[in-house]
Design a protein. Structure first.
Length: 401
C-alpha cells in the first residue's frame, strides 16, 4: 500500500508538470516547432495513461486500507523518511498515550527506526495496567528491490492467549493430581488385599477401594458435565417451572444429606414462577449448590432452598449455616478445582468443579451467581435468572391446583 501511495503521488505531480510545460510552450509559440507539438502530445498521453493506472492503484489502495482497518492487530506504516503514512484504529490508541501505552508508542518508534535501517525486530512488552496486558511488537523493513521505501510495525495483543495457556496448564496439572490420588490409592489397596487373608480386613479394604473408585468416578462425571455445559451442548431455551428444578435438585441431594445428618428445607415457590432455559442444566446447578452446602455444614444443621422474584429476575437460593468462606477466597471459589479447605474436601470427596459448573450454567442462561458469606456463620448462594415471558400453560394450572 505504501508503494501505491508514493507512486500515485508521483504520477499526479508528473502530469501537472507536463500540462504546465505544454501551456508555457504554446504561449511562447515554441510549440509550433517541427515535431515538438507531436512529442508533447505523445508525452501527455503517456502520462494520462499512467494516471489512469494510478486510478486503478487508488482503488487497490482503498481496498487494502479497508482490509488493514479490519485487522485485529495494530498496524503502523512508515514512509522512507520515518513519517507515519498509515495507522489503523487498533494502533491509534497508542498515539500520544500516557503511562503504559506511552511505552508502546516509544517502542513503535524505536523498532521503526531499526526497520528503516534494514533490521527485523520483535519485542514483547508486559504492561502491568490495570488491566494487565502483554503485547508483541514486530517490525519489518519495506523495499522495492532497490532501496528502502518504509517500514511496517505490527502490534499484537496476546493477553488472552497467555491467560488461556495458563488456564490450560493449571487444568492439566489439577486434573492429573485429582485422578492420581484415588488411582494411587486403588493401586495400594489392591496390592494389600492380594496377600490379605483376614476377611474383616479384606472387607474394610474393599470398602475403601469402593470409596476411591467413586471419588475418581465423580471427578470424571463432573468433568464431562462441565465440558457439556461449557460447550453449550443441548442448552435448549424453553420455559422451565422453577418448583420442578428445585424439587429435582433436592431429590438428588437427599441421600447425601441424610448420610451426613443434614436437613433440607425446601420452600416451594409458586408453580407459575418460570425461567427460560435448560431444565437439566438448571437442576444440575442447584444440585451442585446443595451438594456444596451439605459438605460444608455440620451434622444436625439445615440447608434452606427457596426461590424469590426480585427486580424482574428469579433468585434460586441455597443457604446454609456451615463453616462459611473467608473474604479472601470469595472471588476464586468459582474457579475449577479451587478449594477453600483442601483437607476437608478430601474427606468429603469434593472434586472442586461444582461451583465452576454453576457459574457456567448461569452464564449460559444470561444470569449470574452471587454469594454472601461470613467465615463461621454460613453461606448464601443465589442463582439469578431472567424470568420466562411465555404465559403459563393449562398443564401448569392443573399442577398448581
Amino acid at each position: 500500500m505504501l508503494v501505491l501511495l508514493l507512486g500515485l503521488r508521483t504520477w499526479r505531480r508528473t502530469r501537472q508538470r507536463v500540462h504546465l510545460a505544454a501551456a508555457r510552450l504554446s504561449s511562447t509559440g515554441l510549440a509550433e516547432s517541427a515535431g515538438l507539438e507531436q512529442t508533447l502530445g505523445q508525452l501527455e498521453r503517456t502520462v494520462d495513461a499512467a494516471v489512469s493506472r494510478g486510478g486503478e492503484a487508488t482503488a487497490a489502495e482503498t481496498r487494502m486500507s479497508h482490509a488493514l482497518r479490519a485487522i485485529d492487530h495494530g498496524i503502523v506504516l512508515f514512509d522512507e523518511s520515518g513519517e507515519i503514512a498509515f495507522r489503523n484504529a487498533q494502533a491509534k490508541i497508542f498515539l500520544g498515550a500516557r503511562y503504559g501505552d506511552a511505552v508502546v508508542e516509544s517502542s513503535i518508534d524505536e523498532l521503526a527506526t531499526r526497520a528503516l535501517e534494514g533490521h527485523d525486530s520483535v519485542r514483547t512488552l508486559e504492561l502491568f495496567g490495570p488491566p494487565r496486558r502483554t503485547l508483541v511488537l514486530t517490525a519489518d523493513p519495506l523495499d522495492d528491490g532497490h532501496r528502502s521505501i518504509g517500514a511496517l510495525v505490527m502490534i499484537e495483543d496476546i493477553t488472552e492467549r497467555r491467560r488461556v495457556d495458563a488456564v490450560r496448564r493449571d487444568f492439566v496439572a489439577n486434573i492429573s493430581h485429582e485422578l492420581k490420588t484415588p488411582v494411587g490409592g486403588l493401586s495400594v489397596l489392591a496390592e494389600t488385599i492380594v496377600d490379605e487373608e483376614d476377611l474383616t480386613v479384606i472387607r474394610r479394604l474393599a470398602q475403601r477401594m469402593h470409596h476411591e473408585a467413586m471419588r475418581a468416578s465423580r471427578t470424571i462425571d463432573d468433568l464431562l458435565e462441565l465440558s457439556r455445559i461449557e460447550a453449550g451442548e443441548a442448552a435448549v431455551q424453553e420455559p422451565v417451572a422453577v418448583h420442578l428444578v428445585l424439587a429435582e435438585a433436592v431429590e438428588r441431594a437427599a441421600n447425601a444429606a441424610e448420610h451426613r445428618g443434614i436437613g433440607l428445607d425446601l420452600q416451594e415457590p409458586p408453580h407459575r414462577l418460570q425461567v427460560r432455559g435448560d431444565r437439566r442444566q438448571l437442576a444440575s446447578a442447584v444440585f451442585n449448590l446443595l451438594d456444596n452446602a451439605i459438605k460444608y455444614s455440620e451434622p444436625g444443621s439445615t440447608v434452606q432452598v427457596r426461590a424469590d422474584v426480585e427486580d424482574g429476575s428469579a433468585h434460586l437460593t441455597v443457604a446454609d449455616d456451615g463453616i462459611g468462606i473467608p473474604r479472601r477466597d470469595l472471588e476464586r471459589i468459582f474457579e475449577r478445582f479451587y478449594r477453600v479447605d483442601r483437607a476437608r474436601s478430601r474427606d468429603t470427596g469434593g472434586t472442586g468443579l461444582g461451583l465452576a459448573i454453576v457459574r457456567h450454567v448461569a452464564s449460559n442462561h444470561g444470569g449470574e451467581i452471587t454469594v454472601e458469606s461470613r467465615e463461621g456463620e454460613g453461606s448464601t448462594f443465589s442463582l439469578v435468572l431472567p424470568l420466562s415471558e411465555r404465559p403459563v400453560s393449562v398443564i401448569d394450572d392443573e399442577e398448581e391446583s
